[in-house]
Design a binder for this molecule. Structure first.
Ligand code: COA
Length: 261
């Protein structure tokens, strides 16, 4: 597949069947607008049976960000129903990543906030550069994580730490993310891609059917979560004044003044 099939995604293959997918919207810190989400959906469907890809690394273009979240500008006009639909659509795309038939590794090369952290959590493994910052700041916008974050974060780090991260909205640095088990390894930025490619190549020495079934078996431990509940609550929040205030405050570059309604 040519990268030119996509406006915001770049796909490179190496001869050992490790492919690198770069989210390529650096001027907006690779924020996930609808087009990026649609392209992700299409790309994962297309490469499922593509022999050139045995494992996939996802990273962000530019020096600053993996992905700085859902596109806040696009969120601003959501109604309750649209919010619930968007959340369910995002969940479904990220579910496709989590249940992908080949290993998917997030290389978190900077900010991984909101939808960016959720994208990384949907991957099977996470490598962070030492400058990475990972967080779920949705409550600062009057929202909650809506692309599976309320479900995957407790699975990865436990309920207590997940509550703290989601309720404060404060991001954590790479070393803390490693300490709590949110990322598997931390690497200096200059070495991180090479390190991640080597890790993927190690996996690809193993039988591809075994890899697929191992992913499926481990995922089945976590299959009873309440993604529907998350989407319903996300939609309900889109109906609040606090949500409108939170989004407007970000777009107007000021602090939000929440009234609790
Ligand atoms: N959605 C839409 N646009 C975003 C974005 C997002 N999630 N994150 C960053 N951008 C845009 C900014 O609006 C800015 O655009 P502009 O140049 O047209 O004004 C551009 O990306 C660069 O971001 P900027 O805020 O200027 O960079 P910074 O280095 O000062 O701050 C962050 C970086 C990540 C701290 C800050 O961009 C931020 O807080 N982003 C939102 C994070 C968030 O709440 N994500 C969860 C969304 S649900």
């Amino acid at each position: 597949m040519k990268s030119s099939d996509f406006e915001f995604l770049k796909l490179d293959h190496n001869q050992n069947r490790v492919s690198v997918l770069t989210i390529n919207r650096p001027e907006k810190l690779n924020a996930l607008n609808r087009s990026v989400l649609n392209e992700l959906d299409q790309l994962f469907q297309k490469i499922r049976n593509d022999q050139k890809t045995g494992a996939l690394i996802i990273t962000g273009a530019g020096e600053k960000a993996f992905v700085a979240g859902a596109d806040i500008k696009e969120l601003s006009s959501l109604t309750k129903q649209q919010g619930e639909t968007l959340s369910a659509a995002g969940q479904s795309i990220f579910d496709q990543i989590e249940s992908f038939n080949k290993p998917v590794i997030a290389l978190i090369n900077g900010y991984a906030l909101g939808g960016g952290a959720e994208l990384a959590m949907a991957c099977h493994i996470r490598i962070a550069t030492d400058s990475a910052l990972i967080g779920l700041p949705e409550v600062s916008l009057g929202l909650i994580p809506g692309y599976g974050g309320t479900q995957r974060l407790p699975n990865l780090v436990g309920k207590s730490k997940a509550m703290e991260m989601v309720l404060t909205g404060q991001p954590i640095k790479a070393d803390e993310a490693f300490r709590i088990g949110l990322v598997n390894h931390v690497q200096p930025a200059a070495d991180a891609l090479g390190y991640t490619i080597k890790l993927a190549e190690k996996m690809l020495k193993n039988g591809p059917i075994a890899l697929e079934k191992a992913i499926e078996a481990i995922n089945s431990v976590y299959s009873n979560n309440s993604y529907t509940k998350e989407a319903t609550l996300f939609g309900q929040l889109c109906d609040t004044n606090d949500f409108r205030e939170g989004i407007n405050a970000f777009l107007e570059k000021r602090n939000a003044d929440f009234k609790g309604n």
